[in-house]
Design a protein around this ligand. Sequence first.
Ligand SMILES: Nc1ncnc2c1ncn2[C@@H]1O[C@H](COP(=O)(O)OP(=O)(O)OP(=O)(O)O)[C@@H](O)[C@H]1O
Length: 392
Amino acid sequence: MHPPGADTVLVRHGDVNTKSNTVKRYMEGILVENLEALLADRDIPGDVEQRWNRPLIHTTEDAVADATAAASDAFGVVSASPCLTVSTEKEQIVDALAEIARERYTGGAFAVDARRADKNLPYDSDDLAREGGTAIWEAVEDEFEPEVDLDDPDITFGVEIREDSAFLYLEKLSGPGGLPLGAQEPVIALVSGGIDSPVAAYEMMKRGAPIVPAYVDLGAYGGIDHEARAMETVRKLSRYAPNFDLQVYRIPGGETVDLLVSEMEEGRMLSLRRFFYRAAETLAERVDANGIVTGEAVGQKSSQTVRNLGVTSRATRLPIHRPLLTWDKQDIVAKAREIDTYTDSTINAGCNRVAPDRVETNARLEPLLEAEPDDLFERAEEAARNAELVDP
Ligand SMILES: Nc1ncnc2c1ncn2[C@@H]1O[C@H](COP(=O)(O)OP(=O)(O)OP(=O)(O)O)[C@@H](O)[C@H]1O
């Protein structure tokens, strides 16, 4: 809900504020570009202004809700509010609060949350909250029985006073937090048709690292549905990053999977992971990426025991980022639903079908090296060199 006449979105960032002024300026610049791209991608009118630690989106009242929703999808944003802008004169703010109350208050407990960045103003936030609260009360008391509750209000009248304007709002839409996308270097995101890998990729994006998605085509063990699911989740992720290229590298892995299935039993899944990582490393050299992100979590699968992660990780010199390492499955599923990458599929495809009846949970590197094909890494490197770029 926004105040009548609201045509501005106040955008708040969090971790960016912990940076030095130079870095903060730089990151705010990236955030502004990303906000502009989100608005353009969703056909929302608006101009983004970079100022005082709080980017502003100037839009129309009709578009202010959509613009706020778009801002709350931008990495680095902690919250966004659709605002009415008035001058910093106390009387103007108090009058505007009364007017907003007349239009929007429908009963229940209310609070005024006032903050000011400019400590030179002739009034402080407590004065303003008190006078604003009285004005709201008087504006609605004939029709309702208003009540003030600063701890658990039904409606909060927010006031944020900056150098030359005061911003009045009724809601704060939460954003993802983190850092603006592009504030870090890119990483290869290994995306499967599963639930976890898109969430892991999203978490890296949230910390500012653009992703280069890579899908390993498992041949007959993957299948068209498996690939379609992987592509669909990348499409969903691209909604958060319209100014970044999220084309997918499809790495051919079918022949190697066939070989692993015919020649290996228990350690097969681990060698397949080692193939993935080495292929990702080669692709990273090709596209100048700096790490690999996967959806693995400790103990979630046999290939993800602490011991097995240690053995599989030896296949690459690059860091493997596993943002979900300590997450429980239900939290991963909840996040996947929240970011709209959840794929409600029971199709038995991908790695599930490659898995043998008896899986290795306690691997050692030497016996695995003995068992796996000698040319596993050459195969991975060649597959990555042959990877084709496809639209998700
Ligand atoms: N076909 C594939 N292409 C690219 N990466 C893959 C593929 N299969 C698995 N991975 C990567 O390896 C990780 C662990 O594999 P796992 O077998 O647990 O995947 P999954 O259960 O099929 O999918 P997810 O982990 O996404 O739920 C995945 O999170 C993903 O990063």
